[in-house]
Ligand binder design. Structure first.
Ligand code: PLP
Length: 400
């Protein structure tokens, strides 16, 4: 049996439950805001590493705008370029040979750089359509339409896209918000593709092959958890596209913080040394991805237990895949829970708000409001909080 929730936010959902004969009162909770994918989950690992990841930057260091004037991406620190190539070799998740690396202030900036590179000089009067299959990452429409560009325009769900003319499809795999693996869905000659591999790392999914596409975006934020460094990188096959992406970043921010690049290179080195068991930090760090997988796996186990037999909420089941990195058959462990309300509840975001849990509703992702995305990358306290609330929701109906 389901329950129909009111769309009036002033109505307390718990009082509706009690009207339905369930538990009459629930202790007041603090609000749990789990709308963003702020990756605090890996913080304990890096705190434990202490000085092993420390970088020291003197007052006279890293002062120039320039890093490597002979390179297409002239503001890429060579140490970071080397560290990125090594990281992909160690993990096996992307081909880096014969690729240009463009560094960006997060992959958010690189996404914009790629849009610019793929649409200039403007060949048509009409802006180029940008699509991604729903549910898509909620930032795509925001970023694409932010400046009302005459170069490109958000056209929504790739699955229902039927306009003629040039288009760009964004493929996010594993996908935020629902954790599914994605490929292109629009199969037409005039299309270009941007692959967003923010979550193609062993803690979230099996590494099934080395991705090999023309434009691939990665972010330090979701790989290691260092979102605050704002480092992303693009692996780009075509030199002219890499040049134009570099030009976009030159125009918008004249490069990318060298302090951040320096720190990212150090952390990537520590990760690779740990995975390959070489160097002075390896014994202390161990294999970061194995550590991170264990954490994500425990979280998913707790989440599934909390939702088992729930009358109100359900979760996707993901297949297991053979992972080339771990050599094992691995479960998918997405960064977000994509919760679906069962029959009778029309708005899952509103439903959870009734229990002081704030997720992001399906509409922001081009999906039905019966879905809500809740971040699983939060710190332990918030994660334990969400599990408690989910158990509370289950308990209310069961009258426990
Ligand atoms: C799919 C996807 N792409 C890109 C980003 C942005 O990453 P960055 O922090 O590098 O800008 C995110 C962040 O949540 C994301 O989920």
């Amino acid at each position: 049996m389901g329950c129909t929730m009111s769309s009036d936010p002033s109505v307390d959902k718990r009082s509706l439950f009690s009207a339905n004969g369930a538990r009459a009162s629930v202790s007041p909770n603090s609000v749990l805001a789990l709308t963003t994918g702020d990756p605090r989950v890996f913080e304990p690992f890096w705190r434990k590493m202490g000085d092993a990841c420390k970088v020291v930057i003197g007052g006279g260091d890293l002062m120039s705008y320039f890093s490597d004037v002979g390179n297409v991406c002239w503001f890429l620190e060579p140490e970071l370029g080397d560290a990125i190539r090594r990281l992909h070799r160690v993990v096996g998740n992307a081909v880096t040979e014969d690729r240009h690396i463009v560094v960006g202030t997060g992959s958010t900036q690189l996404f914009q750089a790629a849009l610019y590179a793929l649409t200039t000089p403007a060949a048509a009067v009409e802006p180029v359509s940008v699509v991604s299959s729903a549910p898509y990452y909620s930032s795509y429409p925001e970023v694409v339409d932010c400046l009302r560009s005459s170069l490109y325009k958000w056209e929504g769900d790739a699955c229902t896209f039927n306009k003629d003319g040039p288009y760009i499809e964004v493929v996010n795999s594993p996908n935020n918000p629902d954790g599914t693996l994605r490929e292109t869905v629009v199969k037409r000659g005039q299309g270009k593709v941007i692959y967003d591999f923010a979550y193609y790392w062993p803690q979230y999914t099996a590494i099934t092959s080395a991705a090999d596409h023309d434009i691939m975006l990665f972010t330090f934020s979701k790989c290691t958890g260092h979102a605050g460094s704002r480092i992303g990188w693009a692996l780009v096959k075509d030199k002219d596209i890499a040049k134009k992406m570099t030009q976009y970043i030159t125009i918008t921010s004249i490069g990318v913080s060298k302090e951040s690049q320096f720190r990212a290179a150090k952390i990537m080195k520590v990760i690779c040394d740990g995975c390959q068991n070489v160097g002075s930090t390896a014994a202390k760090s161990g294999n970061f991805f194995e550590y991170a997988r264990v954490i994500m796996s425990k979280r998913w186990q707790k989440l599934r237990e909390a939702l088992q037999h729930s009358e109100y909420l359900s979760l996707f089941k993901y297949p297991r895949e053979r992972c080339l990195f771990t050599g094992e058959l691995n479960e998918r462990l997405p960064a977000f829970a994509w919760l679906e309300c069962k029959e009778g509840i029309k708005d899952c975001e509103e439903f959870l708000r009734g229990f002081d849990v704030v997720g992001r509703g399906g509409k922001a992702f081009g999906a039905d409001p019966k879905f809500v995305r809740v971040s699983l990358l939060c710190g332990d306290e918030d994660f334990n909080g969400i599990i408690e609330r989910l158990l509370e929701i289950k308990g209310i109906r069961n009258g426990n």
